[in-house]
Design a protein around this ligand. Structure first.
Ligand code: NAD
Length: 640
């Protein structure tokens, strides 16, 4: 990834934001890359501490990258944002609770999501250019990423003030407010980082730290306490109105730009947290109640629209300053029940029924069990899978499950299994079909499930048996937001990416198009190898060139059909499937059936179907991997 550099240098796990042109704004992928590295380093004895810094002199990290949140949220897809926040907050907790020192170097802007990465470690270093802030109320959120934890612990009423005004703190202020620990002149940072890498000793940080200038916030503390000690936002606004000072006027000016609902909730969160039982997890859990609802019920989408999309800086907030009803605050902060923030995926273990445990289903079920879910499986054929309890029937596997996953050969079998299990599934449970089937069957089963009070999602996969075993599948999902949100943690346990493609059937539509490309490229790759043979070209050389040239594709690079060449693939195993040629006939047939009903011209897909059909029916292809097209072409000449 180009936006972040993650490596081990000497004794230090090293993370550097390298997206300086975007003020190091953090995308979801960057967040997950940090999470993955830190979890690995936690148990790696070679890593004694973690050092986090950033390229460029303008920002450590200016916040989470909110553009994608806006795009998905305005489509009515709230699941992406919820997942982003959930996973980001889990990372914030991981940094805070890390068993090894975490040293961060916070030059320039450290805001929002940047605070979540930079201000929860054990050694937080600031310098001359540091400007730390929680400006979320300006875009209709509340200070999150654990920011309310520091706000609630800050002296007096400073937390309320910083939270609702978004005031930028210079180094001395950040130390005073509890967002940073050490002031070290920035010119000394490179040498300090080098010594941390070499020695792995975090004590050198304190030794290098010098006294900062006096804190302006400390000087304003009495006034802050006087104006911000009210019960609710209205009290604070009234107190500021009554105070004829520059401080009060500046605070009011900042607050006039911000979303009143967000400010009212910020004050409420800080008040709820303050006290002896405060923990970071409690803060994150409360923040998540707000962010979970922020797109649907808060001002978040309007806030982003005004700030970064239309840039008119004229948001139409839901409430005026003094008019936020207490019930609106309660509604945003009421407990989320089953949707609550869970820190360790294991805590959220579900009861899963898994039906269809063949080449794909077996490793997928194993990965679900490994992730801490309670998996009960059923297949017509006898199978045994680590961690999966086998049931005597589909009915038994499904009847007490929160979620049933099916991974079956085709639409007719899916319909018949659906007839058996839908009547016995628990109301409110979710049916996730991961098989590749025709769009009509997917829609019919979804409708049948919904009529029975269940949620349904069609989520065919790409990535093959290798991806199923490694837990790196891609899921293409069709169904409601609610069903998708339930499925996301399971997709994460079985894969690396899930795309919510639209309503019921949309996942199958995406899958059918993808596999039409796959069938065509595999044939093209096989015929090109056979031609290369006849031209006297060495297969390895052919692979070396094509895999790095414009002819590359997944068929060549990840699933090379030539034995002994490229990564390990079914070709290296006598073309045992893998992905059987008859399944490719099925998928190409589905694409042609779909093209027929949609009146789409798909000549390459149609020809690929003819070739695979002939291969399976007349040329010994049945039961072989779909890449066995290569030995087929090897035997043939121009005349067939
Ligand atoms: P498979 O034939 O190995 O597995 C299907 C399993 O379903 C078998 O174990 C079979 O016994 C079981 N089954 C059939 N009818 C049943 C019933 N009524 N009740 C319970 N179990 C039943 O096939 P696979 O390769 O695992 O593929 C499964 C699905 O995934 C297919 O729809 C396929 O198109 C799709 N898919 C496969 C791959 C791949 O590389 N193999 C990749 C992507 C998608």
């Amino acid at each position: 990834m180009t936006d972040i550099a993650i490596r081990i240098v000497g004794r230090a796990g090293r993370i550097t934001f390298t997206r300086a042109q975007a003020l190091n704004a953090m995308t979801y992928d960057m967040c997950m890359a940090i999470d993955k590295a830190m979890r690995a380093w936690r148990d790696d004895a070679a890593v004694q501490l973690v050092v986090i810094d950033a390229d460029g002199d303008r920002a450590f990290c200016s916040g989470g990258d909110i553009a994608e949140l806006y795009t998905t949220g305005t489509r009515g897809d709230f699941a992406y944002g919820r997942r982003f926040w959930r996973d980001e907050y889990r990372l914030n907790a991981l940094i805070f609770e890390y068993p090894k020192p975490v040293v961060s170097f916070l030059q320039g802007f450290t805001m929002g999501g940047g605070v979540g990465i930079g201000c929860h470690g054990s050694h937080r270093v600031v310098g001359e250019s540091s400007r730390i802030a929680m400006p979320e109320c300006g875009i209709g959120l509340v200070p999150d990423v654990g920011g309310t934890f520091m706000l609630a612990l800050a002296p007096g009423r400073l937390g309320e003030y910083l939270g609702v005004t978004g005031t930028r703190m210079a180094a001395a202020d950040a130390i005073y407010a509890g967002f940073a620990d050490h002031f070290i002149p920035e010119a000394h940072w490179p040498a300090l980082i080098a010594s941390l890498e070499t020695d792995g000793d975090a004590q050198t940080v304190a030794a290098a730290s010098v006294a900062p200038a006096p804190s302006a916030l400390a000087e304003a503390q009495d006034r802050i306490d006087a104006c911000f000690d009210g019960e609710a936002l209205t009290d604070v606004l009234n107190a500021l109105d009554a105070d004829d000072s520059t401080f009060a006027r500046d605070a009011l000016k900042a607050m006039r730009r911000n979303a009143p609902l967000s400010m009212a909730c910020t004050i409420e969160i800080v008040h709820r947290l303050r006290g002896p039982t405060i923990t970071l997890r409690k803060a994150l859990e409360l923040e998540y109640r707000f962010t979970f609802r922020a797109m649907e019920h808060g001002d978040f989408l309007e806030g982003i629209r005004a700030a970064i999309i239309d840039k008119d800086r004229n948001p139409a907030w839901q409430y005026a300053g003094t008019d936020v009803p207490p019930v609106a605050v309660s509604r945003m902060l009421q407990p989320l029940g089953a949707d609550r923030l869970i820190f360790e995926p294991r805590e959220g273990g579900m009861k899963i029924g898994f039906i269809g445990l063949g080449n794909m289903g077996a490793p997928m079920a194993r990965n679900l069990a490994k992730a801490g879910h309670e998996v009960t499986g059923f297949d017509m054929a006898p199978v045994a899978i680590d961690g999966v309890v086998m049931a005597a029937s589909a009915h038994d596997a499904a009847s007490s499950a929160d979620v049933v996953v099916t991974m079956l050969p085709n639409g007719a079998i899916l319909r018949s299994v659906a007839d058996q299990i839908i009547p016995v599934m628990r109301p409110g449970a979710t049916l996730i079909d991961c098989s590749t089937v025709d769009v009509d069957s997917a829609r019919a089963v979804a409708a049948q499930a919904e009529a029975a009070g269940l949620h349904a999602i069609d989520a065919p996969v790409s990535g093959g048996v290798g991806g199923a075993a490694a837990g790196t599948l891609t899921f293409m999902a069709g169904g409601s937001d609610q069903a998708f949100a339930v499925a996301v943690p399971l997709f994460e346990a079985m894969g690396q990416r899930a795309v919510h493609c639209g309503a019921a059937g949309a996942g199958q539509a995406a899958k059918i198009c993808n596999n039409m490309i796959l069938g065509v490229t595999m044939i093209a790759t096989c015929e090109a190898f056979a031609l290369a043979d006849k031209l006297g070209l060495d297969r390895q050389k052919m692979f070396d060139v094509v895999s790095t040239s414009s002819g590359y594709s997944w068929s060549m690079n990840a699933y090379c059909p030539a034995p002994g060449v490229g990564p390990n693939s079914p070709a290296d195993n006598g073309y045992a499937p893998g992905f059987a040629a008859e399944l490719m006939v099925k998928d190409l047939g589905l694409s042609q059936q779909a093209a027929e009903s949609a009146d789409a011209d798909t000549p390459m897909g149609a020809h690929a179907l003819l070739l695979y059909k002939a291969f399976v029916e007349n040329e010994g292809g049945k039961g072989r991997d779909f890449s066995a097209m290569l030995p087929r072409f090897e035997k043939r000449g121009r005349g067939g």
